[in-house]
Design a protein around this ligand. Structure first.
Ligand SMILES: Cc1cc2nc3c(=O)[nH]c(=O)nc-3n(C[C@H](O)[C@H](O)[C@H](O)COP(=O)(O)OP(=O)(O)OC[C@H]3O[C@@H](n4cnc5c(N)ncnc54)[C@H](O)[C@@H]3O)c2cc1C
Length: 481
């Protein structure tokens, strides 16, 4: 229980992956930690309406896709499978609940004080102590002890992000964000997805598997625009093969509700006006940092396009105030970025050793079918930085495990520096790309070279062996292609 005289070493505002990781690591480092969260349950966007529920649905979609071809696997007499959507949602919810309980256990185990409420900085520290106003949250189920003010020597802001909406629109049962779409009561017959970043393409992949007619409208010239250009091309090709209607260079002009759903007017890549109707529309045009109403106005904290500027130790311009996770500028809005930033911030506070986040060592994973995993520089970025680039590419078509799991599409592309052979970037589209990429992150961390990796033994038969072939391909010496 908190009391009025307790002065914590650190108060964390926000209990998503950034905040709860900072809380646990802070406690492990011996800090006295309080975690303030205003959602009904701990876990933030990631656990409740982001990473975890989407991946649960994608796993269902993958099983469903295999069942459609059950006879090809020799499962001939299982009859016609049918989809029980409410059971799919129930399974997703039970996964969330299990992990919420896990988080609550970890808070207790690490003696982190959890406060259900909305936290707001009152301004700069007075005599080295910050004050955070806490407004209690009704309906909260987390362990509740809600003093109106918390005192702490340091504050970490981790309030996360919310889906951006198109001007004039409000989410409801037809116009959806990542929140509403995760609890729709049936699989829609048709869905327009505005935005082809990770969130947009993941939901497109899920609902296409479940039989929805999906149309993607993306303003930029390519899908997953942060990925290597060849990855975008391959995803587009494979989505089209699956029957997804992909429209890039499409500028959405108007979204109107109709008697049966929604009508979206847009200008296509050739400048022609187009109209598309569907049962539902998903708006997936990016995430806005929750930087309002957390008390920044009375501090020196600086914003950059709505997100908080930090230094390499996650410190803001206000002494004693740190920021981590989706509210931070300059880094991708990903759970693993937020959680590592949390570990950096508390290490700094505790005076422990830490290493700053490096932008080009952050894996980026898109859990579509097929999956995308990438880390480091794209081919274009490496060239822009002045490297003489050597590229190795290996298609999953030549990998025996890919045949076994019936997933041949895609490739591994490795970008290396011709001079010293250093691996600069790895870009995978294909089966389990989001798992295989872990090897590439370690290789980049250890500044591995093509020579070293060409003689690194990869188990057989594995999807990861395609990495070995791709390293070999850089020297024109892949074995299986
Ligand atoms: C559909 C979707 C799928 C995604 N999939 C992935 C994925 O597969 N992998 C991945 O790495 N990332 C994924 N992400 C991104 C990931 O969810 C975010 O990067 C991550 O949740 C950010 O963590 P955070 O702790 O910064 O913020 P959040 O998770 O948003 O948590 C912030 C918490 O702070 C609380 N809060 C806000 N303001 C206050 C306040 N004033 N006082 C108290 N509490 C407050 C909020 O209620 C919330 O609980 C996905 C996102 C979406 C939308």
């Amino acid at each position: 229980m908190a009391d009025a005289v307790t002065i914590y070493d650190v108060a964390i505002i926000g209990g998503g992956p950034a905040g709860y990781t900072a809380a646990i690591r802070g406690a492990e480092l011996g800090l006295k930690v309080v975690l303030i969260d205003n959602a009904p349950r701990l876990g933030g966007t990631c656990l409740h309406v982001g990473c975890i529920p989407t991946k649960a649905l994608l796993f269902n979609a993958e099983i469903w896709d295999h069942l459609k071809h059950a006879a090809d696997f020799g499962l001939a007499s299982i009859g016609t499978p049918s989809l029980d959507w409410s059971a799919v949602l129930k399974r997703k919810d039970s996964i969330i609940t299990k992990h919420v309980k896990g988080l609550e256990f970890l808070m207790k185990k690490n003696k982190v004080t959890v406060i259900a409420g909305t936290g707001k900085l009152t301004g700069p520290a007075q005599a080295g102590v910050h004050t955070v106003d806490v407004t209690s949250t009704t309906g909260a189920t987390s362990p509740v002890s809600s003093p109106s003010q918390i005192k702490a020597k340091n504050v970490i802001l981790a309030s996360g992000s919310s889906a951006k909406m198109l001007p004039g629109l409000q989410p409801d049962s037809t116009i959806l964000t990542n929140i509403e779409i995760l609890s729709i009561d049936s699989v829609p017959k048709s869905l327009i997805v505005i935005g082809a970043g990770a969130v947009g393409v993941e939901f497109s992949s899920i609902f296409s598997s479940f039989g929805t007619e999906v149309t993607i409208l993306e303003f930029l010239p390519r899908m997953v625009p942060v990925e290597d250009e060849e990855i975008s091309k391959e995803l587009t090709r494979l989505f089209k093969k699956r029957g997804i209607d992909v429209n890039t260079g499409a500028k959405v002009e108007k979204v109107e509700k109709t008697a049966t759903g929604v009508k979206v007017s847009y200008t296509d890549a050739n400048g022609k006006p187009q109209v598309k109707e569907a049962e539902k529309v998903l708006v997936a045009v990016g995430r806005a940092g929750r930087t309002e109403n957390i008390g920044l106005e009375k501090t020196k904290v600086e914003l950059e396009r709505g997100l908080i500027k930090v230094n390499e130790a996650q410190q803001t311009a206000e002494p004693g105030v740190y920021a981590i996770g989706d509210i931070v500028s300059g880094f991708p809005q990903l759970a693993h970025v937020g959680s590592m930033a949390g570990m950096v911030a508390v290490a700094k506070i505790a005076g422990a050793k830490f290493r700053p986040l490096l932008r080009d060592r952050i894996p980026s994973c898109t859990y579509t079918d097929p999956q995308i995993g990438s880390v480091g520089l794209t081919e274009a970025q490496a060239k822009e930085k002045g490297y003489e680039v050597k590229v190795g590419k290996f298609p999953f078509a030549g990998n025996s495990k890919a045949t076994i799991v019936d997933s041949h599409d895609g490739f591994v592309k490795i970008v290396s520096d011709a001079k010293y052979g250093e691996i600069l970037g790895v870009h995978i589209i294909g089966p389990q790309a989001t798992e295989i990429i872990a090897e590439a992150v370690a290789v980049l961390e250890l500044e591995g070279t093509v020579d070293e990796m060409m003689y690194t033994i990869h188990a057989h038969p594995t999807l990861a062996e395609s990495m070995l072939d791709a390293y070999g391909a850089i020297e024109g010496m892949a074995i299986n292609a």
